[in-house]
Design a protein around this ligand. Structure first.
Ligand SMILES: [Zn+2]
Length: 625
């Protein structure tokens, strides 16, 4: 018997089983004779299985090896989950229907078979994982890189996972067209998964809405819808803050992404009252109050999770300006070795600051400079069962196992002052104070260091020397500062150049002038700039990196403090004798390595003294020239 005729008579699987020698022609004839005697019709494959001529494992193996040339409907018939008549009926419906539904969708929609059952069958038969896709699972970087209509058409989504396999969740992994499209987009090495149909289409719909700026459409939506879609869009864009600002005629909505505000859309000015009322309801603020600043908190729940949002209403001359901060679960804490410090600076920081058993270690920078994350990375690095670590934070931003963390709560009178008074009685080795914000907390930090504790804290100053000067300006005795502070680390976060559209650039005369460098000083630098592409929303930047200035207090710097030297003089001593690399210099090295741009360096870093030549800074950083 010819293969083709077996295929048309008994189905493709049986044909493949025979072609590959798993069953013989006589087995098939025998099974057919038995089938003819049965009162209720049975697929031949089931009879072959009942006769022990083939088993489920073998069938699965064959299905997988055929690279899915078997279509879903045929597979279901051959495996006995669907009758041939039902499949024909479904095909007829498919022909007649106007919208192009896939056969799997029709089978479910017209109740030929349960959707979950199809998923289960496919998962078992193909040996693919069965998953319920959610927004959080989707690899959005990949989604952004491909045309969204392909996703809608073929109903699949790339799934993020820890192993290095690219998992693609399909509505129907036997759909050869969808598989082909996925392979074309993501490469041959994809691993298909069977997705719950409802969850998959829902996730695709959310992604589609999030990708559309039309989600900002006012006319077609209610105020509730506008507020929700704005928050959803901010979540999707990984924004840290949402600014809703009345400007008379219009309301401006901006998102802070990677530290920079970007315009999202406008609404008519007369909607402001409704929007602010809606948000006040959501965060339990006083709706009637429009003349005082207010604050509140929203636990925003959406399809795939929830997010904590801190809302602030600030009264301006045009009405209330609303800022929402999206408080995400902190991502994986960065290992101190990977926070982006140059090799030599990192080893100094560890040896002369982090590993020092006593003394004050300060991390300084403005809000949003990443200093709190660095403090957490330090704690993570030094924590071990032999030492006791205790914190006073306002509030706790990252929960760490094995660390006694206290969140300040002034509403029940658990104030910073009160907490710091009690903290040393807890017999700690390491004390983390969320922020030194006044003379009291500075005094407490230094007293604790004097009595043999290690204190780690943050401080709001421009640069490392500024941290020392500000302590002195708080009326803290110079001898106390010079004998307790071991090191001050200043830091900033700079936007990283988008790797997809980075292009080499030459520095302009004006950039050189603003840097305070000559062209010769920058020999060996590979400066780049992002042209802007879909990956980076046309900004040329994607993600951020840390830039650091480490001041270790050596005897010369300590003497300078005792001698009431100016910040200018202390800075010169630091650069000259204490191996200080300034923020500007560290940023310049990173720009010269193509990680960030000179514009970003000039925008974010203090220019207190001109940088040394690139080759010199690179050597100090411990980088290969
Ligand atoms: Zn780009």
């Amino acid at each position: 018997m010819k293969n083709a005729s077996i295929k048309s008579k008994y189905g493709e699987l049986v044909a493949i089983l025979m072609a590959s020698g798993v069953v013989k022609e006589k087995d098939i004839n025998y099974a057919e004779r038995i089938r003819d005697k049965l009162t209720s019709p049975q697929p031949l494959l089931n009879i072959l299985k009942d006769l022990g001529l083939v088993n489920d494992d073998k069938v699965r193996e064959i299905i997988r090896e055929t690279k899915h040339s078997i279509r879903l409907g045929d597979l279901l018939v051959e495996l006995g989950y669907l009758t041939a008549d039902d499949l024909t009926a479904a095909f007829n419906i498919q022909q007649e229907s106007e919208n192009e539904l896939k056969i799997g969708e029709i089978l479910v929609k017209y109740n030929f078979i349960d959707g979950r059952q199809i998923d289960r069958i496919l998962s078992i038969q193909l040996g693919y994982p069965l998953i319920q896709p959610t927004i959080a699972m989707v690899d959005r970087d990949l989604v952004r890189r491909i045309p969204f209509k392909t996703i809608v058409k073929h109903q699949f989504l790339p799934i993020r996972n820890s192993e290095r396999v690219l998992l693609i969740a399909f509505n129907d992994p036997t759909d050869s067209e969808a598989l082909l499209a996925a392979r074309r987009l993501f490469g041959e090495k994809i691993t298909p998964a069977v997705a719950d149909q409802k969850a998959l289409s829902e996730t695709i719909r959310i992604l589609e809405n999030a990708g559309k700026s039309e989600a900002m459409d006012v006319d077609s939506k209610t105020v509730v819808g506008i507020v929700n879609s704005t928050i959803m869009a901010a979540i999707q864009e990984d924004a840290s803050d949402i600014h809703i600002e009345p400007m008379g005629e219009k309301i401006q909505v901006r998102f802070r992404i990677d530290g920079v505000l970007s315009h999202q859309g406008d609404y008519p000015g007369d909607m402001m009252l409704q929007i602010s009322s809606r948000l006040k309801i959501m965060c339990d603020a006083d709706i009637a109050e429009k003349r005082r600043h207010q604050g509140g908190r929203i636990l925003f729940e959406y399809k795939d999770g929830q997010i904590d949002i801190r809302v602030s209403f600030y009264v301006t001359i045009h009405g209330e300006k609303i800022v929402m901060r999206l408080l995400r679960q902190k991502e994986e804490l960065l290992d101190i070795n990977y926070i982006g410090m140059a090799p030599r600076m990192l080893s100094r920081f560890l040896e002369e600051a982090v590993y020092q058993p006593t003394g004050v270690l300060l991390v300084t920078g403005p809000t949003g400079s990443g200093k709190t994350s660095t403090v957490y990375s330090c704690l993570q690095h030094i924590k071990n069962p032999q030492i006791s670590i205790i914190t006073a934070e306002d509030p706790v931003e990252y929960v760490m196992e094995g660390v006694a963390q206290c969140s300040i709560d002034t509403t029940i009178n658990r104030t910073f002052e009160e907490t710091l008074r009690h903290i040393v009685r807890q017999d700690p080795d390491v004390i983390m104070i969320g922020e030194i914000r006044d003379k009291f907390s500075a005094d407490m930090a230094m007293q604790a260091a004097l009595t043999g504790h290690k204190v780690i804290s943050t401080f709001h100053t421009e640069d490392s020397i500024g941290g020392l000067i500000r302590l002195l300006n708080m009326d803290i005795a110079p001898f106390l500062v010079s004998s307790t502070v071991v090191s001050v680390l200043a830091q900033r976060l700079l936007r990283k150049v988008c790797p997809s559209c980075a292009t080499p650039v030459q520095l302009t005369p004006s950039q050189l002038q603003r840097l305070g460098s000559g062209l010769n000083d920058l020999v060996g630098g590979n400066f780049v700039k992002g042209r802007g592409c879909t990956d980076c929303r046309q900004t040329g930047y994607k993600g951020r990196l840390g830039v650091f200035e480490l001041l270790v207090l050596d005897p010369l710097v300590r003497d300078a403090i005792l001698e009431h030297k100016t910040s200018y003089e202390i800075r010169a001593i630091g650069i000259e004798h204490a191996g200080l690399i300034t923020l500007l210099e560290d940023g310049l090295v990173k720009a010269a390595a193509g990680l960030t741009t000179v514009d970003e360096v000039l925008r974010c870093l203090p220019k207190l003294s001109p940088p040394r030549p690139l080759a010199v800074i690179r050597r100090l950083c411990g980088e290969i020239e």
